[in-house]
Design a protein around this ligand. Structure first.
Ligand code: PXL
Length: 293
């Protein structure tokens, strides 16, 4: 009996040598940027928002799906959440990580402690320049209670791997353990989260801090900067957080410094909110394409 030959991976090129990215990439090749995120079927948030953002900002987007969210219009647009099977998540990551020399990953909704373990293992299997964590605990309209076990697992297993983290108001309270009512509170939360994680922090006040401006606090351990733009209405828009973190990841993948990446991302998302896509759900969606025109 003959045994079948071992499969060579990556496959050999036509010229008989193992193909390496450095031989096939041209200087104009876009940086390949991975998002590990959930699908949000209406396209406002999640992997869909990430990929649109990557495309607009000139990086090559790839996605490993962690879950599928379908809002329920018959039940006040509540989230119907289905996690992807753990082996399927691991398989997607294996395919992607074997295919490309990745340096930048954005993490969106992971959704369950089991998924957090699977993703943490994949992250630890290689080195990264940029691990941008949008610590999604709940989505608009969801009950905070459901998120507690995911919150614990995220703090323990993913936050230490992040190089850049973008908590919103709720997530910043949850990660820092303090109540955030003012800009000063948001600054304190950013400092605490940096101390916990070592990551660059962009803590988002969004529409939750009173005043005419949507304020976010950037803190990298040395520089503290308040990024501020006029609020566009008082109602939060679906996908703003995903788009912001994806834009930061895209800019970092292209070589931007963290503060510049945060500034560009804030402008990009503000423009997308200004030109939002109206929907029948209680929240509109960011239009990533609006920065083009
Ligand atoms: O906006 C947060 C978010 C992220 N990812 C997915 C979502 C949501 C909110 O709906 O469904 C998949």
């Amino acid at each position: 009996m003959t045994s079948s030959p071992a499969i060579e991976w990556p496959p050999p090129s036509r010229f008989g040598q193992t193909r390496r990215m450095s031989e096939t990439q041209t200087p104009a090749s876009p940086a390949v940027t991975l998002t590990i995120a959930g699908s949000e079927a209406t396209g406002g948030a999640g992997a869909q928002a990430d990929l649109k953002t990557f495309q607009e900002l000139g990086v090559y987007g790839v996605v490993a799906l962690t879950c599928i969210v379908s809002f329920d219009p018959k039940n006040e647009w509540q989230h119907r959440f289905v996690p992807v099977d753990q082996q399927v998540i691991a398989d997607q990551l294996e395919a992607i990580q074997s295919c490309y020399p990745l340096r930048t990953v954005k993490l969106g909704m992971l959704g369950t402690p089991a998924t957090i373990d699977t993703v943490a293992a994949a992250l630890q299997s290689q080195e990264w320049d940029n691990v941008v964590l949008d610590p999604v605990l709940i989505c608009k309209g969801q009950e905070p209670g459901a998120a507690l076990d995911t919150d614990q697992a995220l703090k323990a297993n993913i936050l230490p791997l992040a190089t850049f983290v973008t908590p919103n108001h709720f997530e910043a309270e949850s990660l820092s353990g303090i109540t955030i009512e003012s800009l000063e509170d948001l600054e304190e939360a950013a400092r605490i989260i940096h101390r916990q994680s070592g990551a660059v922090v962009l803590a988002k006040g969004g529409v939750r801090i009173e005043g005419p401006d949507a304020v976010d606090v950037y803190f990298d351990g040395e520089t503290l900067e308040v990024l501020s733009s006029p609020k566009v209405g008082e109602v939060a828009v679906s996908g703003a957080g995903c788009t912001l973190a994806a834009a930061i990841a895209a800019e970092l993948a292209k070589g931007a410094a963290p503060l510049d990446a945060a500034r560009t991302a804030k402008e990009f998302v503000t423009e997308g909110i200004r030109n939002r896509v109206a929907s029948n759900a209680p929240f509109d969606a960011v239009w990533q394409g609006s920065a083009r025109s």
